[in-house]
Design a protein around this ligand. Sequence first.
Ligand SMILES: [Zn+2]
Ligand SMILES: [Zn+2]
Length: 365
Amino acid sequence: MATEQSTASRNFSGYVRGVMPTVDSTLHALNHGHQHGATGGDVIIDIPGNTAQDENENTGGGTQNGGIGNATASLADLRIAGTWVEKIIPFVIVVLLKTLVDHRLGLIVLIGMFGTFLHFNGSLKRQVALKEKRNFFTLLVTMTFMPLNMLFIYYVFTEHQLQNCLILMKPNFDQIDIWNLFWIVGITDFIIKFITIAAKCLVTLLPKSWLGYKVRGKYYLFIEQCSQFYRLLPPVPVWCSYLSDDTYSHWILTYCLVFIYLIAKARTVFDRTLDVRKAWKNLFSDVQYGDIPNKEEMLAAGSSCPICQEDYDDPIMLHSCKHIFCEECVSIWFDRERTCPMCRAKIADDPSWKDGSTAAYLQFF
Ligand SMILES: [Zn+2]
Ligand SMILES: [Zn+2]
């Protein structure tokens, strides 16, 4: 039996070496009793299939084990990170509370100014949309309250000479730390927004005979672009003063920082100049959204304007979709939307800031 087995193994070895000379390990396993259904010299073994399967199983098993190992390791890492965050949270809260308490007056003023801005910005936007039904009293109150608010802030903080920022000079601070920096810049930004809102109120108060409603969007846009441009400038002297403080570092380093700041700023200022120029040109261009429709087209359109639901007043037919509206109605519509109110065809360019609203973001840099 042993002789038969070894003969079979030798025959088989020869066969396999001929077919798959590289599978020596498989042969080794076969020589140790992996012969299924061997009767005498007949050996029926599906070597390539078995080998491949074994390899796949081995490889697959290895990867799976490795995957589970990695997942367990990353879960453990996450748990450690979570515990660390949990431990550090109370200290962060303590530092935050200390900052809040130390700067409570400054923070309350900033929050108050933000609330005031949100209220009057929303109010002005509503008044602009009301056209001839706008409330003169509300607009007058807004127009008066905004500069009064500014004067009040400058009066409360007289010692700091915050108004210097408006004429691009440094306010009066012994040393500007990061908190003072953001506070000064934030307050000045809100003041410029208040002046912007007051200027837009003035435009809104003008009678229709002086300035038609359909062209007001261009004026709101121009005021807003000028405001956004000017808001870029007051932070410059404050930031330069902060960055050039060489109490704790070498003057070369501070000058490098100022230089990097100015380069980055110059780019933003240049981009904004282009926006102001575009808004200025826009003031003198008359955008025609459509042509005057003929009688048949008017009959087909029905008797009333789809926007104001009243008889047509100076009707125009939009160029691309041929829908008809009052010229004023549709011009004011395109101060808020890009598309036709009936079919959503794209007609106008970006309507941002034409509705009388003022940008809420804070110009910190
Ligand atoms: Zn209308
Ligand atoms: Zn349309």
